[in-house]
Design a binder for this molecule. Structure first.
Ligand SMILES: Cc1ncc(COP(=O)(O)O)c(C=O)c1O
Length: 368
């Protein structure tokens, strides 16, 4: 293999389209603080996601911190250790206590049965993750939330564009955070958003991302700064136009992987469930013991062959140095099992099917 294949490659619109989108900024000199592109992107996202309320942010992490704060939560939050650092960090940084539930062994999302066992009088919310874009068991989670009076805030960082039937992922729970980081299916270079049900939260979210400023002489709230700038918003406006084609190309890539890998002894791949429109965000593969080679063996073989893969998510968040003295990952055995065996393979819209074949040859060549 000549050129190294990276695990991901950011989607970009044609350069001329982006230049046309940002050219008016040289007239207006309005570069940030909720300008024309910001408004255009908010409107476009509401329409695409089929929702009434959305607020844009500098990144998904700030969006998650902000919605947790805006909801006025206190106490324990049940979440998953099988995620990116941001999910738990946001909970802790908002003064809340994370409690780790286990995950399911087929789609790696939080296990509703595990959630219910962890509820105490201090539990205030559930923060599940649609990990890899796999939709959580949203009905079971909502039933638990309703039974115990808990808020549900989805970390939907991976799930932009996912649907169940005609229903957008953004409509589940009380709120959903999306990441528009450069590596995501839909990107604004850096960026994020929160979609939410209660429209009363909109002014609060906007204050939080702009220092708590209400008016020129009126600061009511100890806010931060997390405003999406016009150049990032313009990238989102352009990328949104191309999203259906991007997802269709990813689908072709994912299907080629599944065709090649599914059925191989000890190889677990993860197809979308019935009625789900996937966004094909990631290509996780779990290597069970009967594969005969470990995840780390496959990772090393791919590296030698010039292919970047990621141990995503390893280690578990509960095993990070900043959490491991407080949490024991043995308490989430399924998450630990998956985390020790999972590898995400290269996945992006322009990945050539020949390259997918070559990657699969290396992977399958590791089997013993
Ligand atoms: C599951 C998950 N949550 C949160 C985030 C944070 O998003 P951002 O990088 O936009 O801050 C990410 C980013 O990769 C993520 O993967």
């Amino acid at each position: 293999m000549s050129d190294r294949i990276l695990v991901t490659k950011s989607s970009m619109p044609p350069m001329s389209e982006y230049i046309e989108e940002i050219a008016p900024l040289w007239e207006s000199h309005w570069l940030t603080n909720m300008g024309v592109e910001h408004k255009k992107l908010e409107a476009g996202l509401k329409q695409y996601l089929g929702i009434d309320n959305i607020a844009l942010f500098t990144n998904g992490h700030n969006a998650l911190e902000c919605i947790l704060e805006a909801m006025g939560l206190e106490g324990e939050v049940i979440t998953t250790p099988f995620s990116f650092a941001s999910t738990t960090h946001a909970i802790v940084r908002k003064g809340l206590t994370p409690v780790f539930a286990d995950i399911r062994n087929d789609d790696y999302t939080i296990d509703p049965e595990s959630i219910e066992k962890l509820i105490t009088p201090r539990t205030c919310a559930i923060v599940p993750v649609h990990v890899y874009g796999n939709l959580c068991d949203v009905d079971a989670i909502q039933a638990i939330a309703d039974k115990y009076g808990l808020k549900v805030i989805y970390d939907a960082a991976h799930a932009f564009g996912v649907k169940r039937g005609d229903i957008s992922v953004a409509t589940f729970g009380d709120a959903s955070m999306f990441s528009f980081h450069a590596t995501k299916v839909f990107n604004t270079i850096e960026g994020g958003a929160v979609a939410f049900k209660d429209s009363n939260l909109y002014p609060l979210l906007n204050q939080w991302k702009n220092f708590g400023i209400m008016g020129p002489e009126d600061v009511e709230y100890v806010g931060g700064n997390a405003k999406m700038n016009e150049f990032c918003a313009a990238m989102g406006v352009c990328n949104l136009r191309h999203l259906p084609q991007e997802i269709a190309k990813r689908k072709a890539v994912a299907e080629r992987y599944w065709e090649r890998l599914e059925g191989a002894k000890g190889v677990q791949v993860c197809r979308p469930g019935d009625g789900i429109t996937s966004n094909y965000a990631y290509l996780p593969v779990v290597f069970e013991d009967e594969f005969g080679a470990t995840r780390d063996d496959v990772f090393a073989a791919l590296d030698v062959a010039g292919v970047g893969a990621r141990k995503y998510f390893y280690p578990l968040i509960s095993d990070y140095a900043c959490y491991r003295s407080v949490y024991a990952s043995e308490r989430t055995p399924v998450a630990k099992w998956v985390s020790d065996r999972v590898l995400t393979l290269p996945m992006f819209a322009d990945l050539a099917l020949d390259d997918v074949d070559r990657i699969c040859d290396v992977v399958l060549g590791c089997a013993r």
